[in-house]
Ligand binder design. Structure first.
Ligand code: AR6
Length: 182
């Protein structure tokens, strides 16, 4: 766990649909009409009313996010973020992924959420290299939090131990005191 200003950041091996936080982030696609992976799991757990609200949103651009209610989920809100498909790294993937984390925190802050949970956006079906994605996620969240002071808790929900180890490693690395100048 890492504390930054008044916010705690932690990684957990958990199904994000079970988390009782103010907002969970969905790794959606530009249609916002559901899909596989965590998107499918969130829609199954939230029920049809989530799809009905998504149908009113007119889709979402890659790198952006849109907020809905959580319906049957324990979470009050779902923030549907659209990560980039990995196409080798020269198509703006890094900036688009960072933008997902930034926009999600901004939307959560505007909706007065105190706690938010992220999946590893783009790291499944969209094939973003996981080590890079985790570094981008952490760096962007830490960079954005000073402008979203409403947020007190950030959870990185990992579906497996390998992803958890990546987040733990990155959280520890950022927690380490700076080395002494030589
Ligand atoms: N809780 C937490 N993490 C999960 C869960 C869960 N219930 N289920 C999967 N993951 P992916 P993407 C992890 O493929 O790469 C959909 O069809 C998973 O192990 O869900 O952004 C959308 O509609 C991986 O680490 O999202 C889009 O078309 C991470 O969540 C497309 O997939 C993201 O994997 C988006 O692909």
């Amino acid at each position: 766990m890492l504390t930054f200003n008044a916010c705690t950041l932690e990684a957990r091996v958990v199904d994000i649909t079970t988390l009782d936080v103010d907002a969970i982030v969905n790794a959606a696609n530009t249609s916002l009409l559901g899909g596989g992976g965590v998107d499918g799991a969130i829609h199954r757990a939230a029920g049809k009313d989530l799809l009905h609200e998504c149908e009113t949103l007119g889709g979402c651009a890659t790198g952006d996010a849109k907020l809905t209610r959580g319906y049957r989920l324990p979470a009050s809100h779902v923030i549907h973020a659209v990560g980039p498909v990995w196409r080798g790294g020269a198509h703006g993937e890094t900036d688009l992924l960072a933008s997902c984390y930034r926009r999600s925190l901004e939307l959560a802050h505007d909706a007065r959420c105190k706690s938010i949970a992220f999946p590893a956006i783009s790291c499944g079906i969209y094939r973003f290299p996981a080590d890079d994605a985790v570094r981008i996620a952490l760096a962007t969240v830490l960079d954005t939090l000073p402008r979203t002071p409403q947020i007190e808790q950030v959870v990185f929900a990992c579906f497996d131990d390998a992803m958890f180890a990546r987040y733990e490693g990155e959280l520890k690395r950022r927690h380490a005191p700076p080395s002494k100048p030589v």
